[in-house]
Design a protein around this ligand. Structure first.
Ligand SMILES: [Zn+2]
Length: 429
């Protein structure tokens, strides 16, 4: 081939590749509640809790260093769907005032953006905090939310598969699935109840919490964690059915699958159990895996990633254009730097009731507004955040700036009558 011919061939290939990136594709977004990254096999967990998520990672890209923007469901799932931090969307709970806030009705989400681009959209969610009351139905043509969907991973996957069967056509689709099972109380169905916990849920399963958020009997920790791992394994099996369905329907080649969690879970690493009280790694280090057309296969990316990046990365793969206010990065466009500041905030249990954090360049600072104090960690030498170091002034300034961020959209305040019983049911108030 002549030099000119070779150049033409390379140009044709580049055009083809850029065309692949921009062509209309389907999207399945999966949010699994309460799954900390380090309890999945593909993140190095010694137990085989997640063979199907691991398979997704094997054919796609796994980000190994992902930070959630909050440690409880409502603000974190809002971030995933909008690309906005908690300070910018302000969806959540002002605990001291007993006020609860849902999404602004004008705030663009993945569903509203893709719906306006002729996508068929559907959501199957499993917690009251992601219901119509909080405006989570916006942009979804088909929307179902169970108020307290423990044990419903199987039913929800059936619903999703049924919808996919009807939806597959020339029109692209956006399907969002939220599974709630790994959230406490941990009670996986058989045989997952005894997979790691020999005595099962009939064992020492009535958790005794201290008023401060710890365990009255620390010996329960192992059992708690064993059942939690069983919940992850059960949920992973249901996700396996969803992935198999996509393949059987011939949709795997044309569908981008993005999987993440809203937050993690703590097991006494810092004296607490559960989530929504602190912003330590065990509650904010979440998985992020993408696969499908345009996503490099078999890659592990250790650059600093966050929930803020889900929306820009998915829209980048679809060549769909970004809303002006998006705060994250397209992770596949090579824009992410190690020194980017990644914020988190929004807790619903206290004290301290108000808390913000920022990770930058391997360093982390936690800011307690009420006490006006900072606690810092060097994540490179102390990834488990056990030995506080003196807070770097640059990091302190950055977290204060973040805390002072004005809302980009004013959230909608919900009347307490609407939210009280359901939130009590979920153990949040
Ligand atoms: Zn959650």
């Amino acid at each position: 081939m002549s030099a000119g011919g070779a150049l033409a061939a390379v140009l044709a290939l580049l055009l083809l590749l850029s065309g692949c990136r921009g062509r209309k594709r389907n999207v399945v977004l999966i949010i699994v509640d309460t799954v900390r990254a380090d309890h999945l096999g593909c993140y190095g967990y010694p137990r085989d809790t997640s063979p199907h998520i691991d398979s997704l990672a094997a054919v796609g890209t796994l980000w190994s260093n992902v930070y959630a923007q909050s440690s409880w469901t409502l603000p974190a799932t809002t971030t995933i769907l909008t690309g906005l931090s908690e300070r910018s969307h302000r969806v959540g709970m002002k605990v001291s005032a007993g006020e609860v806030y849902g999404m602004n009705e004008q705030m663009p989400t993945l569903a509203t953006i893709l719906g306006s681009r002729n996508y068929r959209t559907a959501a199957f969610f499993n917690v009251y905090l992601m219901s119509r009351q909080f405006n989570f139905d916006r942009g979804f043509q088909s929307f179902e939310c169970h108020d307290n969907g423990h044990g419903r991973a199987g039913v929800t996957v059936d619903q999703a598969l049924g919808w996919l069967e009807e939806a597959r056509s020339d029109q692209p689709f956006f399907l969002a699935v939220h599974l709630f099972d790994p959230h406490d109380p941990y009670a996986p169905p058989a045989p997952f109840d005894t997979l790691y916990a020999p005595e099962g849920i009939a064992g020492d399963s009535v958790w005794e919490f201290t008023p401060e958020g710890g365990l009255a009997r620390p010996s329960q920790k192992e059992h708690l964690m064993n059942l939690y791992d069983g919940e992850i394994a059960w949920t992973d099996g249901q996700l396996g059915r969803l992935f198999a369905g996509l393949r059987e329907m011939g949709l795997a080649e044309s569908t981008i699958v993005a999987l993440t969690a809203d937050h993690g879970e703590e097991f006494l690493e810092h004296g607490y159990v559960g989530h929504g009280r602190t912003l330590y790694g065990e509650t904010v280090n979440v998985p992020l895996v993408l696969s499908g057309p345009g996503v490099p296969a078999g890659r592990v990316d250790s650059s600093a990633a966050s929930q803020l990046d889900v929306l820009p990365t998915v829209l980048g793969l679809l060549d769909a254009g970004l809303p002006d206010h998006a705060e994250g990065f397209d992770l596949l466009a090579g824009e992410v730097t190690r020194s980017r500041p990644i914020p988190a905030s929004g807790v619903n249990t206290g004290p301290p009731f108000e808390l913000a954090s920022l990770v930058m360049d391997g360093r982390k600072v936690l800011w307690y507004p009420e006490a006006d104090t900072c606690v810092a960690y060097d994540l490179m030498s102390d990834p488990l955040e056990q030995n506080p170091v003196e807070a770097d002034p640059e990091l302190q300034q950055a977290v204060l700036r973040y805390w002072a961020t004005p809302p980009v959209f004013q959230p909608v305040r919900l009347e307490s009558m609407e939210v009280g019983p359901a939130l009590r049911d979920l153990g949040y108030i």
